[in-house]
Design a protein around this ligand. Sequence first.
Ligand code: ADE
Length: 361
Amino acid sequence: MLRQNDGMGQFAKQIITWQQQSGRHDLPWQNTRDPYQIWVSEIMLQQTQVNAVIGYYAKFMARFPDVATLAAAPLDDVMQHWAGLGYYARARNLHKSAVMIMAHFGGVFPGTFDEVLSLPGIGRSTAAAICAFAYGQRGAILDGNVKRVLARRFGVTGDVRSKLIEEQLWQVAEREVPNNDIEAYTQGLMDLGATVCTRGQPSCLLCPLRRQCVAFNDGMIDQLPGRGARKETPHRQTRMLVMLHANSVLIERRPPTGIWGGLWSLPEIAMESDVLAVAKSKFGITPSKGRRPRPLAEIEHGFTHYSLTIYPTEIAVAKRELSAEEPGILWLDLADISTAALPAPVKKILLALEHKAKTKK
Ligand code: ADE
């Protein structure tokens, strides 16, 4: 299963040299030692690619430049800055951590691995990455990309999602951590996994580890990292009301927990409900005479643990009783959709609608 480690430090040396020559050096969260900036970037980069993060990171930093500003901000404001990025527990934990840092660490981002690990939303790998980049502290990281690099290079077979294989990979990760240049090493592992040792069609000929790589030498690139039998992801369906009045659409704030907790969204109703009855009783609207509710194109959205099909139903509204001042309800101008803080699939439904409205004019 595990091959012997070949020569102390060779792996780390190869990663460091490659990072210095071919890795990424100008990402917005690099070239700083500010643990706050590094923390926010590492949380945004969990399960999210660099390209998707860059714009969000700049806006987040402009609005919340330090721990104190983040802690003092209403959670709602933080959520709005996260809208569209996904995995919203990250934003809630970021805010909760900022409040904890003000209360328990005197407003100063903690300086030890154990303290960093104690903050909500920070696991073993993220804590090590923050401590490496901010403080130059030695520690092992193991995110999805790094698992792939290690499984291939050291020929670790078996399901990487199993506890047993994950533990083996942590052992390899710990064993290879160098005594020096932890920043370049940590960044190099991440960069190699993201740009060279990719999941499909990796660029092995550009890889500094190729000569020693077990997967490359044994023709096992396609098989590693190993996956167990594929489990069917559960599928859910939901209906959303698209209530249109003049040039605006009704949106409501979602409850604080659950998917898209705290974000604004189209109202979600049970698949089998009577859409007009709900629209009237819950949102106080009078539908336009002679205009029946109309199904719009459905949207598929993938979450980590399930997939969701959204069935939007359009209702033309003649009269609205609930005003914009009603708490938790808002009539959003269609012209403002592209800049509104909405979950990505909801924005997609509304942008399609706005596009149609524009081309009709
Ligand atoms: N993924 C996780 N952390 C990262 C970082 N600091 N740079 C690039 N990609 C990352």
